[in-house]
Design a protein around this ligand. Structure first.
Ligand SMILES: [Zn+2]
Length: 483
């Protein structure tokens, strides 16, 4: 059983893992690289195999960094099945259509800009368009169900609850050569709307995400107290309260917490604008698949309540309606995408509000240091928003406890039940993985960072001590010695 990681090796985005089993090629996830230009350029690299030779694609969940290169795979010749859970199909369609539209829009903008310099031909084409997405969605088979087994050629595939976002799964892959677990993204057991992940079975090899493998999240109760205090302070200022949010899971969790805090009288009722069409569509899926969610949310549904609809909620659809929010006087909460402030409707709200001392910017998501959100959190006095310099006079609050990812304790607990499986670290920054490796070693586990693009034999190969990517030649010489 060979594994070749074509993304998320030493970085958090671009999850895409190719498995070779007795001549059969199976892919787990096919995500987009997101981040700086160098990372995003990797989206344009050729796949090191003919997509027509692939037998199946298995998806863990619908985040863009796990599904965002699927339409590209289809454009390049893949016509086989894409297996996923039913919510993942619905969410992935929304996510991919949004990604295609954004790419086509930004391509047109770039062409207009380049035309003025007579360099129109130099603008790279979008990776894919809406037609590619429709062809991709037509290949998706929502036949993965938690606890049930599906046969894909030589593989038996079982999906179990990962607790990260709606429909998120980790995969148990059984072949005659052995058992591999693919964690996908694992959830935070404290926060969010998802039921806890299922403890995995023992296996021979594990591919595990490490986004937050070097930190411990603050308990949810403390985070909610902090959120309540920040909201009360912000409402007293009388200005806009901007909450930039990812469209899936975070936006729904924020709506749910706002409703609870307002219903309990802990936060005054002010108008809430959900200004993200993608978050609105995703919220519909959370409603649709409500049985999947945590007990209190299911209880609210049973009593006929909508846990995602605080009173005073306005779901903004058109962009003209979004513009009009700026003319609204008085305190109001605006939830808009995207989460890192690097695009989407949050930008025009920032342009109109960030320079006002009465505005509050409440950061509830991770901000990469180079993103606009990262610059503001680091204390920039002036930032560029939509091509203009804007002074940062708003009150900036960062609330760190709402993560949808497992922290170190969650990851260790999940890994504990995998027996003596060899652990391959993926979906994390190299420095985070390097912090995590000695902790695993201390617990008597064999673990390594998954190499980028080099194939490893999962069952026979052991590389003790976390060999860095690129040093595999030497490692290959020890193949067969271990085990
Ligand atoms: Zn994810």
């Amino acid at each position: 059983m060979n594994l070749q990681s074509l993304g998320a090796a030493g970085t958090v985005s671009g999850s895409c893992h190719l498995l070779t089993l007795g001549g059969q090629l199976v892919m787990v996830d096919c995500g987009l690289f997101q981040g700086d230009a160098a990372l995003e350029a990797r989206n344009r690299e050729a796949f090191p195999f003919d997509p027509g030779d692939l037998s199946a694609v298995l998806l863990t969940h619908a985040h863009l960094d796990h599904v965002g290169r699927l339409p590209l795979l289809v454009r390049r010749g893949y016509v086989g099945p894409i297996y996923c859970t039913p919510p993942t199909l619905n969410l992935a369609e929304t996510v991919l259509l949004d990604s295609a539209r954004l790419q086509v829009e930004s391509y047109k903008q770039e062409v207009r800009r380049a035309r003025r310099m007579n360099r129109e031909g130099e603008v790279p084409q979008p990776l894919y368009d809406e037609d590619d997405v429709h062809r991709t969605v037509a290949l998706m088979r929502p036949t993965l169900a938690f606890g049930q087994t599906l046969t894909v050629g030589r593989l038996r595939v079982r999906a179990e609850r990962a607790g990260h976002i709606l429909g998120s799964a980790f995969l148990i892959l059984d072949s005659p050569e052995g058992r591999l677990l693919c964690s996908g993204d694992l959830g935070n057991r404290e926060s969010g709307l998802q039921q806890d992940f299922t403890p995995p079975p023992e296996a021979d090899a594990v591919l595990v995400e490490t986004t937050y493998a070097n930190r411990t999240h603050r308990p949810l109760a403390q985070t909610l107290d902090e959120f309540r205090d920040v909201l009360n302070q912000s409402v007293r200022l009388g200005g806009k309260i901007l909450i930039p949010s990812f469209a899936i899971e975070r936006a729904q969790a924020i709506l749910y917490y706002l409703k609870n805090l307002m219903d309990a009288g802990e936060v005054p009722r002010v108008p809430i604008f959900l200004d993200s069409p993608m978050a609105a569509r995703a919220t519909h899926e959370y409603f649709e698949f409500g049985d999947e969610l945590i007990g209190p949310v299911r209880g609210a549904f049973r009593s006929g309540d909508d846990p995602f609809r605080p009173s005073g909620l306005h779901v903004v659809t058109s962009s003209s309606e979004s513009q009009r929010i700026n003319r609204y006087d008085g305190a109001a909460i605006i939830i808009a995408g995207n989460g890192m402030l690097s695009g989407g409707r949050i930008q025009h709200h920032l342009k109109h509000q960030l320079w006002k001392p009465s505005t509050s910017l409440v950061i509830v998501s991770y901000q990469s240091p180079s993103s606009l959100g990262g610059q503001i959190v680091a204390g920039a006095g002036v930032v560029q928003v939509l091509g203009e310099d804007v002074a940062v006079r708003a009150q900036v609050h960062t609330i760190g406890g709402f993560s949808a990812h497992a922290d170190q304790d969650d990851l260790l607990s999940w890994l504990d039940s995998t027996g003596q499986a060899h652990i391959w670290l993926t979906h994390g920054e190299v420095s985070v993985m390097n912090d995590f490796l000695p902790i695993l070693t201390e617990r008597g586990r064999l673990a390594d960072r998954v190499p980028r693009r080099d194939a490893v034999d999962l069952i026979q190969t052991h590389f003790p001590g976390g060999r860095p990517p690129g040093e595999l030649e030497e490692a290959r010489m020890v193949v067969g010695q271990a085990e």
